[in-house]
Design a protein around this ligand. Structure first.
Ligand SMILES: [Zn+2]
Length: 756
């Protein structure tokens, strides 16, 4: 593959277009001539993005705090709009009116056995000029925490996830009526107050332990990249995964000025108990005052204290009050109209709002997006015109919970279902290895893009470097072998936590999410220290990975926009569904074995025999062994899909040489079918208890938030012991796969006609 890369560079760099090599593999979905022309445009495109320009944009966009509703948020939107227009896009700002609470009162104090008042402040540091812009910074808080004023004993709950409460049960400790303190990490933050409330807690503190993103990892800011004792992670705690992201008052519809709004008390996604985030400087006095059992070994962090669970004697007073205002979010929407397929849209987005200055999150991704847009502007001047319509989106309000992208997707749902082919997302960038996530119908496609991008730090392509990284980090010999032998690197399935959510999970658009990450550690996430000074000292300091991201995503957009036939492939998806099905079968078997074993130990008296009166524990209750679940419908449906996928691949390969002679109407009909293939994986009724989520293969976990649950209704049914529901859901997923197979069959049949 190295040879291939070197060849591309030589060809693009210096050789006249007429010398198009016959040894260039033809791009999927392109006739041979069209493929050669496309490669020339891609070569020209990739030469344009500039690290220096990205640096200048970052300095401008992160110069002041720019959260939703702030003056600089609006200012940035207008600046981005002006750039899109300057580069030849047809651009406008589309605004929505959304509920965005900002803090009015924040109190955390220990009233017994000693008095302590938490600072809840991040001080500026002298070397970092923007860290002292106090008057414009949002205070540290968790957005969409319910207002509340509670006083109660404190309990330490590790990361505050369901299994941590099982452990607490074993220690005989209840959080009923208590305030819990949880570590940040290992889940979406909003899961912590959700689970705490489900167990009867009345308040929740979340702190950043130095073991996770502080001095345990590296020096703290400003000497190093990690979180200092005063650094606090702001962030949304909206319970989006069990209801929906976006504006809590207008679920499922665009939050336009005249939209019908729910009263605040009916908004489902607001937390049940008050929550505040705190620094480890503020957490240490509280944690060090706890008595009760020593925390399990894996729970302990890097503070110089004995981590104990409580409850108390630390008694904490927590008071949170927000201004529940409606604020404007300003999405910047910019189009390059397509030529012969203007009704097919390729959509590309990254948010522009931040919690504070947000150089890493989101500006490092936004500047890559802007350089793609400027490069397309240059190509337009050189005579390039995309076949499909390209839509660039700079979203507002991502941080509170995907407000700008969700409201836009909901407002334009019907058009998007008809016209949108693919959504490509980024949300920040770092240094390291290409992270590819998305719909598996695009796995082959994005692998192909990655094979043509040069890595900034090695003389490899980003694909080769990622493959070698995966070999180094494989967990088993089988996994290693697969990385070596499989044609494509596996892309990860998408959960949530960024702007692709409405497009993929609600509308069923084929989606990609991309970033370079893995070489730098950071502890400034959602703090005032995520700024230009930090980024240019500790992250992608020369913006070479910023350029690589522009090249990667921009090439993907270009290739998708110009292809005669949308470059979907379904064979990797078949392989992925087979893998998921095996995982689900194993999940049932593992659960059965685990419960059988525990029941046996109860009978044998293991728990009684090992009871230590000085460290009392409570034996778990016996449980019914989970029933077997019939996965045959999934296997059968996937076989039907496999046949369709094979037939389609063959038909496409045969038709490709003739694509140049196919009329636009026939291509439109074919591409319309292909666009419906991902849609076929959705169900209008949505997932059980969360109907907004329509995709049956991918969803954020109700108890993970960021992390995906694949085949979510089946997987969560098993995990949450709703076995008969899980079995019913197997059939629903199987039907969706069969539906997708028939869409693919009809596309294959049409291609066979064209290929004749
Ligand atoms: Zn972000």
């Amino acid at each position: 593959m190295r040879y291939f890369a070197a060849m591309l560079v030589a060809f693009w760099g210096a050789v006249a277009p007429s010398m198009t090599g016959p040894d260039q593999p033809s791009l999927a979905g392109y006739a041979r001539d069209a493929s050669q022309v496309e490669r020339q445009w891609e070569g020209k495109f990739q030469a344009i993005p500039s690290p220096a320009k990205q640096r200048a944009y970052m300095q401008r966009l992160s110069a002041r705090p720019h959260h939703v509703g702030s003056p600089y948020d609006q200012d940035n939107a207008e600046w981005i709009l002006a750039r899109f227009k300057e580069w030849g896009f047809d651009a406008h700002i589309e605004s929505f009116d959304v509920l965005f609470p900002t803090p009015k009162t924040r109190v955390v104090e220990m009233i017994a056995p000693v008095k302590f008042i938490a600072k809840l402040e991040e001080p500026g540091v002298a070397v970092d000029p923007t860290s002292s812009q106090k008057s414009e910074q949002l205070p540290t808080y968790n957005a969409y925490s319910i207002d509340g004023d509670v006083t109660a004993p404190l309990v330490f709950v590790n990361y505050g996830l369901p299994k941590d409460y099982e452990e607490l049960d074993r220690l005989g400790i209840s959080v009923k009526g208590a305030i819990v303190i949880a570590k940040y990490g290992n889940s979406w933050r909003g899961v912590k107050p959700k689970v705490a409330a489900e167990h009867g807690a009345i308040g929740c503190l979340i702190y950043s332990d130095p073991r996770d993103d502080g001095y345990f990892e590296d020096d703290v800011f400003p000497a190093g990249p990690m979180r200092n004792p005063n650094g606090v992670q702001r962030g949304s705690v909206m319970d989006f995964a069990s209801s929906n992201p976006g504006d809590p008052l207008t679920p499922g519809m665009g939050a336009t000025a005249d939209a019908k709004r729910l009263p605040l008390k009916e908004a489902k996604s607001i937390t049940k108990i008050p929550v505040l985030p705190i620094s480890y400087g503020d957490a240490q006095p509280l944690l060090s005052t706890l008595k009760g059992p020593i925390a399990p070994a894996e729970w302990r962090g890097a503070l110089a204290i004995a981590y104990r669970v409580g409850p108390g004697p630390a008694k904490v007073h927590l008071r949170v009050e927000s201004s529940w205002d409606i604020k404007k979010v300003n999405d910047v929407i910019a189009k390059i109209p397509g030529t012969s397929a203007s009704d097919e849209w390729i959509i590309r987005g990254n948010h522009h709002d931040a919690w504070v200055n947000g150089a890493a999150d989101p500006v490092s991704g936004q500047v890559a997006l802007l350089e793609e847009a400027r490069s397309f502007g240059e190509l337009l001047k050189q005579g390039w015109k995309p076949r499909r319509t390209i839509i660039y989106c700079a979203w507002d309000g991502e941080e509170p919970m995907l407000l700008g992208s969700t409201e836009w997707a909901e407002e334009h749902a019907d058009e998007l279902r008809r016209h949108a082919a693919v959504y490509l997302n980024t949300d920040g960038n770092g240094r390291g290895f290409l992270e590819m996530g998305g719909s598996h119908s695009l796995e082959q496609f994005i692998n192909g893009v990655a094979r043509g991008i040069e890595d900034p730090e090695s003389n490899l392509t980003v694909w080769q470097r990622r493959q070698l990284y995966d070999i180094a980090h494989a967990k088993t010999p089988e996994e290693r072998k697969e990385v070596r032998d499989r044609k494509d690197l596996r892309i990860s399935a998408l959960g949530s936590g960024t702007d692709y959510t409405a497009f993929l999970d609600h509308l069923g658009l084929a989606t990609l999410d991309l970033a370079y990450i893995g070489e730098d550690n950071d502890g400034i996430y959602h703090s005032i220290y995520d700024d230009f000074y930090w980024f240019t000292h500790f992250s992608d300091t020369n913006f070479l990975f910023g350029r690589a991201l522009s090249q990667t995503v921009g090439t993907a957009v270009l290739r998708l926009a110009d292809a005669e036939v949308l470059p979907f492939d379904f064979t990797d998806q078949v392989d992925t569904v087979e893998k998921y099905t095996k995982e689900l079968e194993k999940l049932v078997t593992d659960k059965q074995n685990e419960i059988r074993e525990r029941n046996l130990e109860l009978e044998e008296g293991v728990f009684k025999a090992t009871y230590d009166p000085r460290h009392p524990t409570v034996a778990p209750p016996p449980e019914a062994v989970p029933p077997f679940i019939n996965f045959a419908p999934l296997h059968n449906a996937n076989q039907v899909l496999a046949r369709a996928a094979e037939r389609y691949s063959k038909a496409l390969a045969l038709a490709e040489p003739k694509l140049g002679q196919v009329d636009d109407q026939s291509l439109e009909k074919l591409n319309q079918r292909l666009m419906q293939s991902e849609r076929a994986l959705t169900n209008p009724q949505g997932l059980p208890r969360r109907a907004w989520y329509k995709h049956l293969l991918y969803a954020p976990g109700v108890y993970t938030g960021y992390a995906v649950k694949t085949v979510p209704a089946v997987r969560e049914g098993i995990e949450q012991k709703r076995y008969s529901e899980a079995e019913e859901e197997v059939s629903r997923v199987a039907k969706a796969l069969e539906g997708e197979a028939s869409v693919i069959e009809s596309a294959a049949a049409q291609l066979e006609q064209l290929g004749r």
